[in-house]
Design a protein around this ligand. Structure first.
Ligand SMILES: NC(=O)c1ccc[n+]([C@@H]2O[C@H](COP(=O)([O-])OP(=O)(O)OC[C@H]3O[C@@H](n4cnc5c(N)ncnc54)[C@H](O)[C@@H]3O)[C@@H](O)[C@H]2O)c1
Length: 251
C-alpha cells in the first residue's frame, strides 16, 4: 500500500523542519523527490540525508513567492526526474519552528502584513500554477498544502496575519479541488497543530502539558499523512482538510 515508485514529488520549504520529514517519507515510499528551499544549503543537506537512506532526491532552490523562479525550478525538476506528480506546499514563514514570530496585530507595522500572505497563500498558488496544466493533461496529480490550526480558529497569541494566510490557503485549495476533480488531480490540506521544532523553553513545556496526547507533533507524523494523500489509494479524497494535531483542534 501507498507505493510511490515512479512518482515525482516536489516539496517546498523542505530544507528543515516538517518539510524534510515529508521529503524523507515520500522518498521512503519510492518517490523521486525534489527538495526545495529558499536556502540552497539547507536543501542540499536534506538531499544528502535522503540519499544516505537509499532514496532518490535533488535539491532545487527557489523562492515560492516568485512565480518566475518557481517555473524555472519546476522545469529543472522535470529535467532531473520528469514532470511533477505530487506537489507538497509546505514552505511557510511563521506559526511554529525557528521562524515563529508572535506579534499582536495592533503592534504590527503595516509593512509586515504582506509577507504572511505572500508565502502562505501566493506560494502555494504559484506552485500550483506551475504544475497544474501538466497534471491535468496527464490525468494524475496530487496537491497537498500544509496549513495550520491557526487558519481554522482564533488565538490571542499574536499570529493574526499568519492565520489569515493559512486560512486563505485552505479556501484556495478547496475551490481548486473542485475545479480539477474531473482531471484525476486531488487537492487536500494538512492542518498541523503544535510541532516538535518549537523549541524546549518553559513556555513550550507548558504547552506540551495542554496537549491531549501529551506530546507535540513530529515530522514523521506529517510525513505519514502526506504519503497517504499522495498515494493512488487516496484517489477519492479531495477538497479535505486533514487535522494532524494530536486532537488539539477538532474541525
Ligand atoms: N512548526 C509548527 O509548529 C507548525 C504548526 C502549524 C503549521 N506549521 C506549518 O508547517 C510548515 C512547515 O513548518 P516548519 O515549522 O517546518 O517551518 P520551518 O521554519 O522550520 O521551515 C520552513 C522552511 O521553509 C523555507 N522557506 C521559507 N520561505 C520560503 C520561500 N519563500 N520559498 C521557499 N522556501 C521557503 C525556510 O527556508 C525553511 O527551511 C509551514 O507551512 C508552517 O506554517 C508549522
Amino acid at each position: 500500500m501507498f507505493d510511490l515508485e515512479g512518482r515525482v514529488a516536489l516539496v517546498t520549504g523542505a530544507g528543515q523542519g516538517m518539510g524534510v520529514g515529508i521529503a524523507r517519507a515520500l522518498a521512503g515510499q519510492g518517490a523521486r523527490v525534489a527538495v526545495n528551499d529558499l536556502i540552497e544549503e539547507r536543501a542540499k543537506q536534506a538531499v544528502e540525508q535522503i540519499l544516505a537512506a537509499g532514496g532518490k532526491a535533488v535539491p532545487v532552490a527557489f523562492d515560492v513567492t516568485r512565480l518566475g523562479e518557481v517555473e524555472t525550478g519546476v522545469a529543472r525538476v522535470a529535467e532531473a526526474f520528469g514532470p511533477v506528480d505530487v506537489l507538497v506546499n509546505n514552505a511557510g514563514n511563521a506559526g511554529g519552528g525557528p521562524s515563529m514570530k508572535l506579534m499582536q496585530f495592533r503592534e504590527m507595522p503595516v509593512t509586515e502584513w504582506r509577507r504572511f500572505v505572500d508565502v502562505n497563500l501566493y506560494g502555494p498558488a504559484n506552485c500550483c500554477k506551475a504544475v497544474l496544466d501538466g497534471m491535468c493533461e496527464r490525468g494524475f496529480g496530487r496537491i497537498i498544502t500544509i496549513s495550520s490550526g491557526a487558519g481554522q480558529t482564533g488565538l490571542p497569541i499574536g499570529i493574526s496575519l499568519y492565520g489569515a494566510g493559512k486560512s486563505a490557503a485552505i479556501g484556495f485549495q478547496r475551490h481548486l479541488a473542485m475545479e480539477v476533480a474531473g482531471n484525476g488531480v486531488t487537492v487536500n490540506t494538512v492542518s498541523l497543530g503544535l510541532m516538535s521544532n518549537v523549541g524546549d523553553s518553559e513556555e513550550v513545556q507548558g504547552l506540551v502539558a495542554t496537549q491531549p496526547t501529551g506530546r507535540l507533533g513530529t515530522p514523521e507524523d506529517v510525513g505519514a499523512a502526506v504519503v497517504y494523500l499522495a498515494s493512488d489509494e487516496a484517489s477519492w479524497v479531495t477538497g479535505q482538510v486533514l487535522g494532524v494535531n494530536g486532537g488539539t483542534f477538532l474541525a
